[in-house]
Ligand binder design. Structure first.
Ligand code: CMC
Length: 450
């Protein structure tokens, strides 16, 4: 009998099955049995076979991946093997994006070429400005970003050639290059200000700040400390293995939709308050708490089930999120320029109390990446509604890397989960006048739902 397998006995039939175990790079984190192997477990020949039931993918590996490694118990995050602390300390966002997309740190020539190609694609078609103008003055910038990135699909029909490596490269340049422009235009629209065009002499984040904040000056000069801080924040947000939005990217991409539509789906997934919208929710929460003194009362409410402590907890991290640790250091540098955000004291007090409280200790709830990022963004002058957008821009490199890996993986097909059907057995069509009486005692009909 092979050693790397499990033996399953079906107590319904007494039959035993041997199912192989496959491993990832680290056997202690990456051992899995194939869900399809369970199909041989049947009570009869015409039985469908056993499935695994796993709502929300709590314990299902949906792919093999070489991009990002997370050890949630130890609080480790690595892109392509490189620790996040080293990348945040020594790399730049564009270099990290290259690493995530292509698997290796670039040489000087490769980085120069990559930066040139991304920069070359920062401009958007003038018509995009026209439909930006159609949004209501108070449209949420994330809604505008989701819509406009989807609309890029109509400007670049060549993006449909997803199995053409050259086309994929071009769409990658366009996506990484244009996301900051779309985001900045959405922001300027919400202020009723004229759009500021990209300045391709500036760095990736310097140019983004230029498109957001340029006023009447001939040439915008970003503050180097804020430019660097934003760059570090972009590195921290670049990828995070199979999270909700990466899964959306892979799932939509698996139908062979073009990358703009797939990125729009991923960005839509990111928008929710349990994912990338959490940084916005944290700021609103801190504002509602209002002062340090009110923190204990707020924690009491959370423990009583009245809302969540936003920016705390993670599906994978059961330890301090390493990104949150780095963000706290970035915050100190930013506040030296901008002055301290008064909400920081409330956040620090929340963290202090929560980390000593049995409710949070028992559930292993620690600050995640979103807990402190919003406080920095606000100090840098970003309105709260822009926070999820600031997550989406750098995450685009991760989405595209996950998408390409999925496309080139011979084991991947269109994503199509199974279900456990709990609905009614076959029944005959009921004429209108008999419906009320037919519903009497119906276990799933509207009467029961009401
Ligand atoms: N505040 C209070 N209780 C919490 C929190 C929280 N933030 N998060 C989880 N819990 C409790 C939850 O009520 C449950 O308790 P019980 O066992 O008594 O029912 C237990 O902890 C497990 O929670 P869960 O909802 O089953 O955990 P999950 O893995 O499904 O959810 C999460 C992960 C991130 C959605 C959740 O922790 C959460 O809602 N956090 C707040 C939102 C947030 O900060 N999201 C950003 C995540 S990091 C950035 C990103 O990758 O998007």
């Amino acid at each position: 009998m092979a050693k790397d397998s499990i033996t399953v006995i079906d107590n319904r039939t007494g039959k035993s099955y041997e199912i192989a175990i496959s491993y990832g790079t680290y056997p202690e984190y990456g051992a899995a049995v194939g869900a399809v192997d369970l199909r041989q477990v049947k009570v009869s020949e015409d039985d469908f076979g056993l499935m695994s039931y796993d709502p929300a993918f709590m314990n299902t590996a949906s792919c093999q991946s070489k991009v990002t490694f997370v050890d949630g118990d130890k609080g480790i995050l690595r892109y392509r093997g490189y620790p996040i602390e080293e990348l945040a300390g020594q790399s730049s966002y564009l270099e990290t994006a290259y690493l995530i997309l292509y698997g290796e740190l670039p040489t000087k020539a490769e980085l120069d070429e990559w930066a040139h190609n991304v920069t070359f694609h920062t401009f958007i078609h003038e018509n995009i400005k026209k439909f930006m103008d159609g949004f209501h003055y108070d449209a949420h910038p994330m809604g505008m970003l989701v819509s406009t990135v989807a609309a890029l699909s109509t400007f670049y029909p060549d993006a449909k050639h997803i199995f053409d490596a050259e086309s994929r490269k071009t769409q990658t340049y366009r996506l990484i290059g244009k996301m900051p422009t779309l985001a900045a235009f959405a922001y300027r629209h919400s202020l009723g200000m004229p759009y500021a065009y990209p300045d391709n002499d500036l760095s990736y984040t310097g140019n983004f700040l230029n498109m957001l904040f340029k006023m009447t000056e001939v040439k915008y000069q970003p503050n180097p400390i804020l430019e660097k801080a934003l760059d570090v924040l972009f590195i921290l947000h670049a990828d995070h293995e199979q999270n909700c939005s990466a899964n959306a990217m892979r799932s939509v991409g698996s139908s062979q939709a073009d990358p703009y539509c797939s990125v729009a789906a991923a960005a839509a997934a990111l928008y929710g308050p349990l994912h990338g919208g959490a940084n916005e929710a944290v700021l609103r929460m801190l504002g509602e708490i209002g002062s340090k003194g009110k923190v204990p009362e707020f924690i009491k409410k959370v423990k009583a089930g009245e809302g969540r402590l936003m920016g705390f907890g993670h599906r994978v991290y059961k330890n301090y999120d390493p990104r949150a640790r780095i963000i706290k250091q970035v915050a100190d540098r930013v506040f030296e320029v901008t002055g301290k955000n008064p909400l920081l004291d409330i956040a620090l007090e929340l963290e202090r109390i929560a980390l000593e409280d049995n409710y949070f200790i028992k559930r292993k709830l620690y600050p995640n990446v979103d807990f402190y990022s919003g406080i920095i963004y606000q100090a840098m002058g970003f309105p709260v509604a822009m926070f999820p957008v600031l997550f989406a821009i750098p995450r685009t490199s991760g989405w595209v890397a996950q998408w390409e890996e999925m496309l080139l993986d011979p084991e991947q097909k269109i994503s199509r989960p199974r279900q456990l059907y709990l609905g009614r057995d076959r029944r005959s069509y009921v004429e209108m006048e008999q419906r009320a009486s037919a519903r009497e005692g119906s276990p799933t009909g509207p009467k029961r739902a009401a």
